[in-house]
Write a protein that binds this ligand. Structure first.
Ligand code: GNR
Ligand code: NI
Length: 170
């Protein structure tokens, strides 16, 4: 298992569209294990493959308090999303230190393959529903700051670029 580097906004690779996984084999299971290790190491509740520069439809999530309930989604598709929506503060491992409100459906149904390649349906609400929508956006090349105003987004971009240049020099 390896902890993978996480791409930081505004890295253009965060906007690549992920391709479907063709076969859930040992290669994909190794990616899943590295992604889980990376997510837990970073104290995130979710991680999309896009964030670790792997452009395949793979997501890992753990919204449990104990951080002992990993959920794996391969080729996820949202089959239903509630009309009811709610604004909640979101953060992202690829946008460190930034938190802002995003409107999401309060509940979703997702069809995905598990680590054995078996199809599963997940009915999610609350934080899990928010996280699933956030991760599926990543697979489409979308980062949550794109829901914010252009003014806010540009300020975030400038701030993070400055931080990254600072880190390079350090
Ligand atoms: O760790 C994370 N927390 C979080 C909080 C509110 C809404 C979404 C998230 S996902 C984020 C991890 C991440 O960046 N996943 O892509
Ligand atoms: Ni994210």
């Amino acid at each position: 298992m390896a902890i993978l580097p996480i791409l930081c906004y505004p890295d253009p690779r965060l906007h690549k569209v992920a391709q479907p996984v063709k076969a859930v084999d040992d290669r994909v299971r190794a990616v899943l294990d590295d992604m889980l290790a990376t997510m837990y190491d970073a104290n995130g509740i979710g991680l999309a493959a896009t964030q670790v520069d792997v452009h395949e439809r793979i997501v890992v999530i753990d919204v449990s308090e104990e951080r002992d309930t990993p959920l794996v989604l391969i080729n996820p598709e949202i089959t239903w999303a509630s009309d009811e929506k709610q604004v909640g503060d979101e953060g992202c491992l690829s946008v460190p230190g930034i938190y802002d409100g995003v409107e999401r459906s309060t509940a979703v149904h997702v069809r995905a393959l598990d680590r054995e390649g078996q199809p599963r349906t997940i009915e999610a609400e609350g934080l899990l529903a928010v996280c699933i929508q956030h991760e599926m956006d990543h697979l489409m090349g979308k980062v949550f700051v794109e829901y914010l105003s252009p003014l806010k987004r540009n300020r975030i971009k400038t701030k993070l670029l400055k931080q990254q240049k600072q880190a390079e020099r350090a």
